[in-house]
Every structure is written in structure tokens, then in C-alpha cells.
Design a protein around this ligand. Sequence first.
Ligand code: C2E
Ligand code: MG
Ligand code: MG
Length: 621
Amino acid sequence: MNKPVRVLIVDDSEEDSELLVYELERGGYNPVYLRVDTPAAMMAALNQQRWDIVLADYSIPQFSATVALALLQEKQLDIPFIIVSGSIGDETAAAAMTAGAHDYLLKAKLARLVPALERELREAQVRQEHKQALFKLEYLAFNDTLTGLPNQRSFLNSIQKRIEQSQRKLHGLFAVLFLDIDRYQIVKYSLGHLLAEQLLVAIARRLETYLNPGDIFARVGTDEFALLLGDIQNPQSAQDRADQIQTALKTPFKLDGLVVSSSTSIGIVLSTIGYDQPEDFLRGADMAMHHARTQGRGGSAIFDRAMQTHAVERLQLETDLQRAIKCQQLHLNYQPIVSLTTGRVVGFEALVRWQHPTLGMVSPSEFIPMAEETGLIVSLGEWVLEESCRRLSLWQERFPKSSPLSISVNLSARELVQPGLIERIDELCFAFRLKAESLKLEITESILLENAEAAATILAQLKQRQIQISIDDFGTGYSSLSYLHRLPIDTLKIDRSFISCIDKQGKNLDIVKAIIPLAHSLKLDVVAEGVETEEQLLKLKALGCEYGQGYFFSPPLNDQAVVALIATMPRMEIEKKKFVTAIADHSSRRKNSGADDFFKASDSRELRRVSSNQRFSSTTG
Ligand code: C2E
Ligand code: MG
Ligand code: MG
């Protein structure tokens, strides 16, 4: 089979052309050829199809090889170009090669034609591959391979150009928006890596349909997109565009038969901020996004310079927390959970504490959300789980005769869906010889509702092992009842915001009155959080609430205080107030009472501050 080759011949002689064709056929080719003898005809031929090689006579009446070469270059075509001439001097040939011809040969020595053609075709192929590789490299350098959008580098270049235009007063206002997908890590763990990536692509495609001419839309991080609004009328229009994006993302995505909802938090920097570095715009928008997120998911905020100070402090705190986890600056306190019928302590809730070297005690309400956002929660949570299991096992060993105690550990969303959780729990129960039913995991409703499928699978696995599940802060979130009977849950912990006013008639009392029988009908037991007064306790007892936790019984205690408490436990009875008195006596007798550091704030104003902080945490967490 002869090899096909497309040859464009620049020659005024049909006969000479046929000689070339004949030579190629002899060399094993099947040439498709066209002869042209004017620039216009050559142009038409180039427009008409792709050519593998040009064979050009050096000089013909209305045309020449140099003009033909110039035409190719004008059209930026890299086609092997061989001059085939009746006679050509060495100098002319050298000049033609300098101008870009690849080879030259004499019509009288056509035997060289095929080898020259083959060499040039090979070299053209190499040049082509090289060009493609360069093109790909350049594409990779400026584009994101997953979504095909410009990447961060390219986006920064676009901002740079826009800054320069502004400086030359070519355009008016512009804005940079930073979009971060809320809870992407959790989506990733619940849906798996591939579906999570599909979600990113789907988001990119949907948002592309909302772009205006002059906008640049890019992917600048794993789950981070950025938008340069090239021309805006006023600050409000940037805000309007952010709102529009958030509305656009409200419609759930269908991925592989699954319906996935998402939301984004958006930070905005307006060009009026006066930055001249593109990185500053992106960083500012990122900070504003974080600020928006602290106000709740799916919001937006316009950057101002105070956010920068705040972000620097926060970054410092993040670094400190990272170190604290590594250097074991964290410790656990344990708050007793008391049976309201027997007055006995049935278990403890492990609460993490951070004694910061310069800031003093930092509240978990402050650092837990930060740890969740940065992913530090995973290592923090692993430590909390292990330490809690270790302590419980030590207490059980030391007091074998005391009635069985349980330990409750708070788990955030990220921890619940983190791969390997179940295996880790199995290992810990085995290592510390704990019965699985003495471990309780406290999770909030939002975790169950926002990651319904993944959470259901994990809860089922936990249930198989008889690990107990409590719904923490019940009543502050969705208070959705549908999942309560569907999922294997053991306990509802009524949020302390309902307990705090339960001693007065009113809405809170009505809510608690409704929750308790509801829980019982679903065979769940109830823990009242934040019991602070005797009146609250009596009310809860009368309503049939099984367990209570709160400062009335005891603040969170350190390990030594827990040991002392367990040692005296069997003799305590709530009705006679001995329980409380016992702890109070015990505390005042010791210089370091072992009571929670927050609780120890002797000034009642300080205590209120802590309480209201915590109340805040329970409604937002
Ligand atoms: P939570 O799980 O609802 O824990 C109960 C919180 O209420 C604790 O706050 C506790 O000190 C406080 N408290 C207990 N009794 C009373 C009372 O009578 N009155 C008032 N006003 N407050 C009371 P804390 O220790 O500041 O923890 C706040 C939240 O931080 C916890 O709420 C929990 O959601 C989270 N948290 C604490 N430790 C951990 C942890 O190890 N892992 C995770 N993921 N979250 C944790
Ligand atoms: Mg809790
Ligand atoms: Mg709670």
C-alpha cells in the first residue's frame, strides 16, 4: 500500500510537477497534489485543506519560493517547505534556508526528493509534538484540569491587567469575589472523592451561565472559586451578583442519581480598596469570605481593613491550636450526668479545655468551630476519644464495684463522617477493655440532617456495636422529628436554653413538656442540659426526665476531682441535697477544687459571661 501524502506544488510547469509526482510514486507514496502558480491560488489552496509538504520552484513568472514561504509564515503554518529548482546558486539557497525553507534540491537530481521529504515529514512531526506539549504545559499552567476554568495564576494575571486598566483610568469600578463551598470536606467524605469532584464541575458549569461579558471566573483552590467582575456600576451591584450566585446554587444538583445541595460563602473586595497587588485582592476576598462564614453559612461580606487584623489574630490562634494539639496543651474535664431518679452519677461528658500560654483559657465554643473549619478537629477529636476511653477504663479499674459508668464524647460532623472512625472505636474499646455500651457519642441534629445518608450508615454500624448515640443541644436546630424514629438514637439532650427558664411558666416549659413524652414514646431517654437550680431539677423530675447535667450538680471536673467524686458516690441522693452539698464540701476542702476553670471564675458576672457564651455556642453549633 502506497503511503498517502498531500503535496502542494508551486510551479508553472505541469510537466515538472508530474515529474515530482512520479518520483514520489516511485518512492512508495500515493500523493494527492495540487499545482499553483500564483499567490492567490496558493492562498486558496491553503485555506481549502491541510498540506503535508510544499514543493516550490525557486522562481516562476508571477511567483517565487520566497513569496510562497512568506505566505505560509503569514498564515503561521508550519509545513515542510522544499525548494525544487532547475538551477540555484549556493548563496541563494542559503538565503532561502535562512528565510525558513527546510531544504532545496535540483530538478536534475530528483533522487534526493523522497529521502528529503521523509526527513522533513519526520521533523515536522517532532516539531508538532513539541508544540503540543508546550501548549499543554501552558494550558496546565493557567487552567484547572478538573473544571477547565482558569486557575489561580491566570486569575491573578487577570486582576493585574484590570488594576493596570484602572490606573490608566480605562474602566470604572471592579470587584473580586471569593466563593467557598460550605462544608465541602464533609460532602467529600460522605459522597466520596469522585462525586465531590463532580459537584465542583456541576457548580462551575452552573455558575458559568451567570457570567456577564468581561467577567473572569476561575477555580482558585479545591472548593474555592473566584470571580472578577470587570465592570460594575457601584458596590451594591457586586453584592447583587453575590446574592444571585447564592440563589443560583440553592437548586440542588443531581449527581449519579443523588440529590446534593450546596451553598457558598462569598467574600467581596471592591477596587475602591486601592490595592495594587492582585494577591491582595484575592486574600482580602478570602478573609471577607471567612468573615461571612462566621455569620452563618451561605452568606456574603464586603472586605474592610478591620477584617485583616481579625484574620491575623485568627491565623495566630489556628497555629497555636495546631501546636496545642501536638504538644498536648489540651486537657479534658468531665461533667457528671446524674440520674434524677436515683441521684447517682451515671456517667460523664468529656469536655475539652485549652489553656493557652498567653490568652489563658480559650472556650471550646471559640476553638471547636475553628478546628472544624481547618480540619484540625480530626486530630483533636482522635485525642479526645482516646483520652476519654483511657480515663473511663482507669476509673472502672479503680472502682470495680461502683455501678457501671459511661463516658459521653462530643463528635462534630467532620469526625462522624471521617473514614476509619468505626475501626478506631473498635481499637480503643479493645485496647482499654471497654464495653461498647459505656461509650456515648454526642452529635447534633444538623449533622444528621445535612449528611443524612452517610450519617445513617455510620449510626447503623455504631448501633451494631451497641455504642450509644445522643442528640446534643436538642431543640436549637431543626428539631426535625422524622429522623428520630428512623435512626438508631438512644438519648435526647435538651439544650440548656430551654432548661434555663423552665422554672417559670412559658414557652420553654411547654417545649420541655412536649419533648419528654415524645422522646419516651420513641423509647429514647432524656438528659436535661444546664440544670442550675433546685427548682429546675424538681420540675424536670416531675416531668419524668431521666437524667440531668449542669452546675447545680457539678461543673465539669478534672480527673482527680472525678476520682474523689466516684469514691463518695454511692451515698449521694438528690432529694436530700446531699449530692450537691457533698461536691461543694469536697470542693471547698481542697485548695484546687478540680472544678472547671470556666466555672471557677468566682465573680458571678464572669460566670454569667461564660454561661451566655456557652448558650451562644449551643444555638449556633
Ligand atoms: P455541649 O456538648 O452542649 O456541652 C455542654 C456545655 O455546657 C459545656 O460547655 C459545659 O461546660 C456547659 N455547661 C454545663 N453545665 C452548665 C450549666 O449548668 N450552665 C451553663 N451555662 N453551662 C453549662 P463547654 O465545655 O464550653 O463546651 C461547649 C461546646 O463545645 C460543647 O457543648 C460541645 O459542643 C463543644 N465541645 C466541647 N468539647 C468538645 C470535644 O471534645 N469535641 C467536640 N467536637 N466538641 C466539643
Ligand atoms: Mg455535648
Ligand atoms: Mg449540649
